[in-house]
Design a binder for this molecule. Structure first.
Ligand code: NI
Length: 386
């Protein structure tokens, strides 16, 4: 491991920031105290070009380098999860039912560590845009910051983001050019039939049979409409109907999730779902309405920026610890919106043994903070050298 010495020297201070953030988790767009804490630190580092209130509580802060050059964007997420913490740690969440169970407190800390170093040393050309976003878990804060125009407003040329991963060796780095995390879509299907007595089904238009048949037929999108080597998940996760043994209900409801990496596959799935739902409804003499919602798009790494990030990571953690051919994840990430607007890359950083992300016993490893901060800082110095 070849951390930046100066950043290694911030380790205790970074742990202090991280544990303070951990004790005070906030959800969604309501990261008010978190943003205030971040701004206080940035001011301590001597930064003055700080823009708050973007996507409600998001921040973009500029670090000026020496001389002309582009603006590189570094992004951290700040929001927590509605989970009751079960770690029993002395710095556990002080807010019942809210917890930093995805390590976004650690991501914020890494970017603060890099900010402190970059503000002290300014050993780069151009500028750095430090992007602190709310609402990664739910609500798409990254999307809202993009919609509010941060890329043009701050003239950002490329963007980088990272995520900690428990149960991956500390300091192991994994990424891949191209799609790395899936697009996540949601759907619901409302079926309207004609209910009646369970003993006289011939007098009804049974929505339960239609719902079951639709659920089965939707599975053929993956097995029969889709090229088998391109990842796709279609999961029906909810079926609700009926309330009594001897009553055929009027309505039934289906819901679920779709995960894709490719817009053409996403379009195909939505079209086939429309066709299947309409066809099945006609077959059973019921009405059925599909509501298909596209949420976070796939996170797609740009090849050149990923190669550059991989080389930078090798410098920090050593060549043997970097895997640039990692498998795709079916989870999703709203950094995807930033990568749709600017070239860049997203990387996973191993955090060592421990409970998984979004688990009530998850415990971010503070030893990762100086590694992530060194990576961010070296990205800037290598991308925009003096
Ligand atoms: Ni996360």
């Amino acid at each position: 491991m070849a951390l930046i010495n100066r950043i290694a020297g911030y380790a205790d201070e970074m742990t202090g920031w991280r544990r303070h953030l951990h004790e005070h988790p906030e959800l969604g767009f309501d990261c008010f105290e978190t943003a205030e804490f971040v701004v206080e630190r940035l001011k301590e580092f001597g930064l003055t070009d700080i823009h708050t209130g973007i996507a409600k509580t998001g921040i973009v802060a500029i670090v000026e380098g020496q001389g002309d050059g582009p603006t590189i964007g570094l992004r951290a997420d700040m929001d927590a999860l509605p989970i009751k913490e079960a770690t029993g740690l002395p710095y556990a969440s002080k807010i019942d039912g809210k917890m930093h169970a995805c390590g976004h407190d650690g991501h914020t800390t890494m970017l603060l560590g890099a900010a402190k170093y970059l503000a002290e040393t300014r050993n780069f050309r151009g500028r750095v845009a430090l992007i602190f976003q709310p609402a990664e878990e739910d609500g798409g804060g990254g999307n809202v910051m993009c919609q509010e125009g941060i890329m043009d407003r701050f003239d950002i040329s490329q963007v980088f983001g990272i995520h900690n991963v428990p149960d991956m060796e500390l300091g192991q780095v994994e990424t891949t050019p191209g799609p790395i995390m899936a697009a996540v879509d949601g759907f619901d299907i409302n079926i309207k039939g004609v209910g009646g007595h369970g003993a006289y089904p011939h007098e009804t238009r049974d929505p339960v049979i239609a719902a079951v048949s639709i659920a089965q037929a939707l599975q053929t999108i993956v097995s029969r409409n889709h090229f088998s080597l391109n990842d796709l998940v279609v999961s029906v996760t909810m079926i609700h109907a009926g309330s009594a043994e001897n009553v055929i209900p009027d309505t039934a409801y289906l819901g679920g999730t779709v995960r894709t990496f490719d817009k053409s596959v996403q379009d195909m799935v939505e079209t086939r779902m429309q066709e299947i739902v309409a066809g099945q409804a006609a077959a059973f003499g019921v009405e059925a309405e599909l509501n298909y919602v596209r949420n976070y798009p796939a996170t797609v790494n740009h090849p050149d920026e990923t190669q550059f990030a991989v080389e930078t990571a090798k410098e920090i953690v050593g060549e043997a610890r970097v895997n640039d051919k990692a498998g795709r994840e079916m989870g999703a990430e709203d950094f995807s919106y930033m990568l749709e607007q600017r070239p860049g890359s997203y990387l996973f950083f191993g955090a060592g043994d421990g409970a998984g992300l979004h688990h009530p016993e998850y415990n971010y490893n503070d030893d990762l903070s100086p590694i992530g901060a060194s990576f961010f800082a070296r990205l800037v110095e290598r991308a925009q050298p003096l």
